[in-house]
Design a binder for this molecule. Structure first.
Ligand code: HEM
Length: 145
C-alpha cells in the first residue's frame, strides 16, 4: 500500500480533500501541526475561497508534481504530505520504514511500485454485479446524472 500510494508523486487534490487539515483544525491550532507550518500557510492562502471556487487544487507532490520520482516520500518526511492519509504513513510505525526506504532509494520504490501494480492486476477487473469500472473515480456509475 505504501508503494502504491507513491502514485501521489503526480497529480493534484482539490482543496475540499484536505480543508479539514488547514481550517479550524483544533481548539489549539488553525492547521494540522503535522504540516510544515510554511506549507500549511500557503495551502490556507491557496484554498481561502475553495467553497466558492471548488476547482481550486494543490499538487500532491509540491516539488516535482509532474515527475514520477520518489520526491513524494521525501516530502512526507518534511511535513509536506498533502492528504491526511499521506501524512499518516510517516507517523505510523508500521508504514514509516517503507517511507524511509523509498525516500532514500528511488530504485527500491520503482521496483515495489511495479510489483504492487502487478499484484493488483491479479484481482481482475470487477464488472456487472461484482463492481464498477468507474467513469468518475469518486462516484459509482449508477449515481451519475
Ligand atoms: C490510501 C489510499 C488512497 C487514498 C486515500 C487516496 C486519495 C486521493 C485523493 C483524495 C485524491 C484527490 C482527488 C481529487 O481531489 O480529485 C487523490 C488523487 C490521486 N490519486 Fe490517490 N489515493 C489513494 C491511493 C492511490 C493509489 C493506489 C493510486 C494509484 C496507484 C493513486 C493515484 C492518484 C493520482 C494519480 C491522483 C491525482 C489525480 C489527478 O491529478 O487528477 N492514489 N488520491
Amino acid at each position: 500500500m505504501v508503494a502504491l500510494v507513491g502514485a501521489h508523486t503526480i497529480g493534484f487534490s482539490h482543496c475540499k480533500e484536505f480543508s479539514n487539515r488547514i481550517f479550524n483544525f483544533s481548539k489549539t491550532s488553525e492547521f494540522d501541526p503535522a504540516y510544515n507550518p510554511v506549507f500549511a500557510q500557503r495551502l490556507r492562502k491557496l484554498c481561502a475561497n475553495y467553497t466558492k471556487s471548488p476547482a481550486m487544487s494543490a499538487f500532491n507532490d509540491v516539488y516535482t508534481p509532474a515527475k514520477f520520482d520518489n520526491m513524494y516520500y521525501k516530502n512526507l518526511q518534511n511535513g509536506l504530505g498533502l492528504l491526511s492519509s499521506d501524512q499518516a504513513m510517516v507517523t505510523d510505525n508500521r508504514t514509516k520504514p517503507f517511507v524511509d526506504r523509498f525516500a532514500a532509494n528511488e530504485t527500491a520504490f520503482f521496483d515495489m511500485f511495479a510489483r504492487s501494480m502487478e499484484k493488483l492486476s491479479v484481482y481482475k477487473v470487477k464488472e456487472n454485479n461484482d463492481g464498477d469500472v468507474r467513469r468518475r473515480c469518486d462516484q459509482f456509475n449508477t449515481l451519475q446524472v
